[in-house]
Design a protein around this ligand. Structure first.
Ligand SMILES: C[C@@](CO)(OP(=O)(O)O)[C@H](O)COP(=O)(O)OP(=O)(O)OC[C@H]1O[C@@H](n2ccc(N)nc2=O)[C@H](O)[C@@H]1O
Ligand SMILES: Nc1ncnc2c1ncn2[C@@H]1O[C@H](COP(=O)(O)OP(=O)(O)O)[C@@H](O)[C@H]1O
Length: 280
């Protein structure tokens, strides 16, 4: 069995406050993109084996795919016995939910292969234990996320938009970006209702104007490359540009895929990873 695990971008990311558990109360509009990792599942006599082509992620029991499989075994009492080959295409520690989407795909895939018959609600509850973004990755498409990120309301997806992703060489720790946010004076929050309206009516200008992520300023305070890349993306013809999640990836939005591909060919950003994809 093979499964695709799609990356996400944040069209908005607002923070409503700090929760008693130390997490931040968020309000964000999330969007899946076509860019994906691939997971291939093969039964083995016992245990959990993860094989990956990426030197950037933990190969053993710390890998989120391994953790997802172990959590399912613990929850259901299943004896295990699975090899998962993980092909990474999503940049790591990039704000694109690479680890979370791999974990979500592992939960989905193993629920089928091991015939566990867990409900969607059970998978969402288990996913939440692995990471705040895992429930959205299980859902996919376009959604409003609240709470830690696990309270989800599905939204109408925009027509396939071109997305040009620029990932600087360095990664960003999500915890560090939230910590830096707490140190800075408060800034403007996204207009979530405005973004929901733009999605409902298919208002391209409204969608571009509504892009806002309060973690952008926090990550930019540590990495001045972020606003520089954003400026270049806007100059390249993007309708709007924004850092995704905790960064450092910055995306430019284009009305269609060819527009994003053309802009990418003109970008000169030595050392940065440049990927062209589309919303799904
Ligand atoms: C910022 C976002 C936006 O979509 O994405 P990424 O940049 O990671 O892709 C998410 O909130 C990240 O979700 P995820 O990466 O699953 O977070 P987790 O592993 O659960 O948490 C990592 C750390 O981030 C902080 N954290 C996370 C979520 C949240 N609502 N409040 C927090 O303060 C906590 O310090 C936590 O220890
Ligand atoms: N399967 C995985 N894919 C990506 N990262 C993983 C995986 N398993 C564990 N990690 C770890 O999760 C952390 C966050 O990576 P990632 O999910 O790619 O970034 P982000 O939270 O910014 O979207 C990294 O430190 C990485 O080593």
């Amino acid at each position: 069995m093979k499964l695709k695990a799609h990356a996400k971008i944040n069209l908005t990311l607002g923070i409503k406050g700090l929760r008693p558990d130390g997490y931040h109360e968020v309000e964000m509009v999330m969007q899946s993109v076509e860019l994906h990792d691939c997971l291939e599942f093969s039964p083995i006599p016992e245990g959990i084996e993860i094989i990956t082509d990426s030197p950037d992620i933990p190969p053993g029991s710390d890998n989120l795919v391994h953790r997802a499989a172990a959590l399912l075994m613990e929850y259901t009492g299943h004896p295990g016995g699975i090899r998962i080959a993980l092909k990474k295409n999503i940049p790591v520690a990039a704000g694109l939910a690479g680890g979370s989407t791999d974990a979500a795909a592992a939960l989905k895939g193993l629920n089928e292969i091991w015939e566990l018959k867990l409900t969607k609600a059970e998978l969402f509850r288990l996913g939440e234990k692995l990471g705040a973004d895992v429930p959205f990755c299980l859902l996919g498409g376009t959604a409003l996320a609240r709470g830690k990120g696990e309270e989800l309301i599905p939204l109408p997806s925009p027509k396939a938009l071109g997305v040009l992703l620029v990932k600087p060489t360095f990664g960003v720790s999500t915890a560090e970006a939230y910590r830096k946010y707490d140190e800075l004076p408060p800034g403007p929050q996204p207009d979530t209702d405005g973004m929901l309206g733009a999605l409902r009516t298919g208002d391209w200008d409204g969608l571009c104007a509504g892009l806002r992520n309060v973690l952008e300023r926090a990550t930019a305070a540590m990495h001045p490359e972020v606003p520089e890349i954003k400026k270049l993306l806007l100059e390249s013809g993007a309708g709007g540009a924004l850092m995704s999640g905790s960064g450092p990836t910055v995306f430019g939005l284009f009305a269609d895929f060819p527009g994003a591909r053309e802009a990418a060919s003109g970008l000169e950003l030595p050392g940065c990873g440049i990927l062209v994809t589309r919303t799904i």
